[in-house]
Design a protein around this ligand. Structure first.
Ligand SMILES: C[S@@+](CC[C@H](N)C(=O)[O-])C[C@H]1O[C@@H](n2cnc3c(N)ncnc32)[C@H](O)[C@@H]1O
Length: 221
């Protein structure tokens, strides 16, 4: 269902070190991830996928698929490829595939900032709780735009810093701690939208005071 291109890992050692650290952090979370995070993350994952336009046979890339919290929501008539850096997180996702006979889902161990797919390999790309985890979100978005076909959907669920000045100040203070436990808390939504190169059609939060935004965008090339 997809063809891999020649894989060219970048040699920037700073990024490489950060990737190793992210792998270790999420490897450590893998056994407790669903118990700790499902209740916060799943409602937005469910909402975002439910409102995607998914046609039978659509090719979907789930970036940073983690333990596969999204699997129970995707319709069986689409073909999904989940990629992740952490083999332990992928191991948990594999268990869900086996237990539920999800033969429409394939998993690959891969760095999403340097993806091994050919251009235009996917109709839709789903990125939940990953944009503020990767070392370089704009490198990630460059890859997402490359592997998604022109006019395809890119759907993002992510935390962005608050517009409330007090909350924003707190998010800035706790950012070094957040980075140590696996994500950044100081990403600016407008800057992300401007620099990602996507055409954002809808952006909203599920609740008035929420930590996570949902973005529906079209891939323009
Ligand atoms: C917070 S979890 C989100 C998992 C899932 N998408 C969810 O919403 O529950 C972040 C995931 O991104 C993965 N990840 C981080 N950096 C990555 C990269 N450069 N390439 C692929 N996966 C990455 C981590 O290993 C982890 O599984």
């Amino acid at each position: 269902m997809f063809t891999l291109r020649d894989f060219k890992p970048y040699g920037e050692s700073g990024i490489q070190l950060e990737l190793e650290s992210i792998k270790k952090i999420y490897g450590g979370y893998s056994n407790v991830y669903d118990a700790l995070f499902k209740r916060f993350f799943y409602p937005r994952i469910k909402h975002a996928i439910t409102y995607m336009e998914i046609k039978p046979g659509d090719r979907i890339l789930d970036v940073g698929v983690g333990t596969g919290l999204s699997f129970s929501v995707f319709p069986r008539h689409c073909k999904i490829v989940g990629i992740d850096l952490s083999t332990e997180m992928l191991g948990k996702a594999k268990e869900k595939i086996r237990e539920n006979n999800l033969d429409n889902i394939n998993l690959l161990s891969m760095d999403a900032m340097c993806a091994g797919f050919k251009d235009d390999s996917f109709d839709t790309v789903f990125i939940s709780h990953v944009v503020s985890v990767v070392p370089d979100p704009y490198k990630l978005m460059e890859e997402v735009r490359r592997v998604c076909r022109k006019g395809g959907q890119v759907v993002i669920v992510n935390h962005f810093k608050s517009r409330n000045k007090v909350v924003e100040a707190v998010e800035k203070i706790i950012n070094p701690v957040c980075k140590r436990i696996g994500w950044r808390s100081d990403m600016c939504l407008n800057e992300f939208i401007n620099r990602s190169g996507l055409r954002v059609e809808k952006k909203y939060m599920l609740k008035k005071l929420d930590f996570w935004h949902i973005l529906f965008a079209t891939n323009v090339k």
